[in-house]
Design a protein. Structure first.
Length: 167
């Protein structure tokens, strides 16, 4: 987790992956490069805790499944600490909901039945939330299959990020 009380944007991800687990730096991998591109910001801005908080659904690496993908965050983690952390982030005006776990937690009953349906309904969650798929290479097929994400969601996301970081 990286956060400061003054942050205006929060990135709510899943949990540290293997690279992050060893480096201690969230999104310090190609998925982070893609996420920064989606937001149209540089690495320095991305890691400025005074402006952007990075708060995963789980703080520890949950391990790998049989196919080599990351396991979901442990279920007991978010209920124990998530509300307390967000109470310390009173200035957050936009939360990027990266992946299904973050979407289901933050949107609750407003989340749709699938990640795709939730991301397709992104307009319903503005201006506080923008749901996205995970920026991992594992989602290249999803991105190719859903070109509307890059055509519709990313321009809005970039404008909103630019607006908040200026203010």
């Amino acid at each position: 987790m990286r956060a400061h009380r003054s942050a205006v944007i929060c990135i709510a991800g899943q949990a540290p992956g293997t690279r992050v687990h060893s480096s201690g730096i969230p999104f310090d991998d190609p998925s982070g490069d893609r996420l920064r591109d989606w937001m149209s910001i540089d690495r320095e801005t991305f890691y400025d805790e005074r402006r952007i908080a990075i708060v995963p659904m789980g703080f520890c690496f949950p391990g790998l499944d049989a196919k080599g993908g990351d396991l979901p965050p442990r279920k007991e983690c978010p209920p124990q600490w998530r509300s307390a952390v967000f109470a310390q982030l009173p200035n957050v005006r936009l939360t990027l909901l990266v992946g299904g776990y973050a979407q289901k937690w933050h949107l609750g009953s407003e989340a749709k039945k699938s990640l795709t349906a939730t991301v397709e309904a992104w307009r319903d969650y503005r201006p506080d939330f923008v749901p996205t798929p995970h920026p991992s290479w594992r989602n290249n097929h999803w991105l190719k299959k859903n070109p509307w994400f890059e055509q519709e969601v990313l321009p809005y996301l970039r404008r909103r990020v630019r607006q908040l970081l200026k203010g």
